[in-house]
Design a protein around this ligand. Structure first.
Ligand code: FES
Length: 125
């Protein structure tokens, strides 16, 4: 008899209310060294997840832990050369990587808990 498939639970990141409205937090990803390999942004009831990796040169966006925004908090901002990204889709609207986008991270939100959606991630070609 064939053993059941090994199913890993999707990694739990945090509760929704652990990220204040209008703020962002960084989290590690399994198998990656950077302690904030992914960033999660909360805007009201919307939650967005991106790789913490600038499309310009691949550096983390935050200049100090969990500081992902420009001063006005209207855009995500790269600490290295100042590229600015729309919060809702990660599209770069200013800076050296204009028109590129942050890599979105699939999330699953259930019972006010945010998980990485690994099942969705493995369905990618
Ligand atoms: S590395 Fe982000 S703008 Fe250059």
């Amino acid at each position: 008899m064939k053993p059941p498939p090994c199913e890993k639970p999707d990694p739990f990141l945090c509760r929704v209310d652990a990220i204040p409205d209008g703020e962002a937090r960084g989290f590690p990803l399994p198998g990656e060294h950077h302690p904030r390999a992914v960033l999660i942004v909360r805007q009201g009831h919307e939650i967005y997840g991106y790789r913490n990796r600038c499309p310009h040169q691949g550096t983390p966006l935050d200049w100090t832990p969990d500081r992902f925004f420009n001063l006005e908090k209207t855009h995500l901002q790269c600490a290295t050369h100042g590229a600015q990204f729309q919060i809702e889709d990660g599209h770069c609207v200013a800076g050296p990587c204009l028109d590129k986008t942050l890599e979105r991270v699939p999330l699953r939100i259930k019972d006010e808990k945010i998980h990485l959606d690994i099942a969705h991630e493995t369905q990618k070609p």
